[in-house]
Ligand binder design. Structure first.
Ligand SMILES: NC(=O)c1ccc[n+]([C@@H]2O[C@H](COP(=O)([O-])OP(=O)(O)OC[C@H]3O[C@@H](n4cnc5c(N)ncnc54)[C@H](O)[C@@H]3O)[C@@H](O)[C@H]2O)c1
Length: 348
């Protein structure tokens, strides 16, 4: 475990067992160099305590990289609550978790993640102010979609065979949920032709009706000829097999963990397919949550979401110069922001 902590360059890990509520929780703080750590609270069953800690470490690390490239004055953290096996009182559990967050004095700010709801955040807010995604803060998905939209515009600009306009470009969107649907709306308004897929027929019908989209089956969407493939549903969609089947010039979508392994970034690079790193292009939701927490204006929120496209352009330019996979360049940029001086000292 300590090797894992060292390898991930974690700041600290906190563990809480509250007997009264049955809470078993871990808060992992990866990095606070740029500001307090922010990241969601996951509430799912874990086979073991070690699995829960491993998940918290991996997710907290990802949040640091995401916040850094989004230019936020925040670090990365994440928490997990191990879902109890027997009966439990949800309000008691999340109240106890709120007190746990409060004990850390603001070094960790919690938010929604898999298995948690807005109502849980409201319960946490009764114990601490270091929480976002409450019923008063709103839905981050439209901001995520807007960030992906700006990212797609930058991808068009950076691609040697595309023009800078969306008009007439074909975008294949996988997953028409909160983010995917809002993205389709923006792309349709920009003049793009849409190809869509989902496992939910009603969502497909809505996109056909409202945007004149063409539907394909969930199995065929990634191999459909298009200009840009936009995964907005599942993680791990870019793997050895699917990358071989892609018939697009670029991949730019909101899904988390799109690359099954870092080596898949290399495979995309070899196929000359531009890839917008997921944790950068989908940072609009995190920006929304951070701006709501610090009560920043709508204007500032929009400027920051727009800057996702600018950072992405910088990364694509570096890719041209360095001739390296784009995911590696994004990681290097984030690491320089998180550990700059330490890295310099190590190489001195
Ligand atoms: N909501 C946000 O603000 C946000 C922020 C950052 C990243 N993300 C990521 O973006 C992705 C989408 O998030 P969301 O909030 O829209 O989720 P969502 O649950 O609202 O939507 C996901 C959609 O994908 C569809 N889907 C599931 N399996 C599919 C398949 N095999 N083929 C096609 N469609 C399939 C679902 O039916 C659903 O409509 C997720 O990976 C999420 O982690 C979301």
């Amino acid at each position: 475990m300590f090797r894992q902590i060292a390898e991930a360059r974690m700041n600290d890990i906190h563990i809480k067992h509250d007997e009264h509520s049955g809470l078993k929780s871990i808060i992992a703080i990866h990095n606070t160099r740029r500001g307090p750590s922010l990241g969601g609270c996951r509430f799912i069953p874990y086979p073991s305590f070690d699995d829960a800690v491993t998940d918290a470490i991996r997710l907290a690390q990802g949040m640091s990289y995401k916040a850094a490239l989004a230019g936020l004055d925040l670090g990365g953290g994440k928490s997990v609550i191990m879902m109890p096996e027997g009966d439990y009182d949800r309000t008691e559990l999340f109240s106890a978790f709120g007190r746990f967050v409060e004990e850390l004095g603001g070094r960790y700010i919690t938010a929604m993640d898999s298995g948690t709801r807005v109502s849980d955040m409201d319960v946490i807010a009764s114990q601490t102010r270091h929480v976002t995604c409450t019923s008063s803060s709103g839905n981050p998905a439209p901001s995520t979609a807007k960030g992906v939209y700006y990212g797609i515009l930058s991808t068009l600009k950076a691609h040697k065979e595309f023009g800078s306009s969306l008009k007439g470009m074909t975008i294949a969107v996988q997953g028409l949920g909160n983010v995917g649907y809002a993205l389709c709306q923006l792309l349709h308004r920009g003049g793009a032709k849409l190809i869509v897929s989902d496992i939910d027929e009603a969502r497909i019908e809505q996109c056909i009706r409202e945007f004149g989209a063409k539907a394909v089956s969930p199995e065929a969407i990634h191999s459909t000829p298009c200009d840009i493939f936009s995964p907005c549903g599942l993680g791990g969609i870019l793997n050895e097999e699917t990358i071989d089947q892609l018939q697009c010039g670029a991949v730019a979508g909101s899904a988390n963990n799109q690359l099954l392994t870092p080596e898949c970034g290399e495979q995309l690079f070899k196929r000359d397919i531009l890839y917008a790193p997921d944790y950068l292009i989908n940072a609009g939701g995190l920006i929304f949550v951070a701006m709501a927490y610090s009560r920043k204006s709508h204007h500032e929120l929009n400027l920051r979401i727009k800057s996702i496209g600018e950072t992405l352009l910088q990364i694509f330019r570096r890719q041209q110069q360095q001739q390296e996979p784009v995911n590696r360049i994004a990681d290097q940029m984030a690491e320089a922001m998180l550990f700059g001086d330490e890295l310099r000292q190590l190489s001195a």
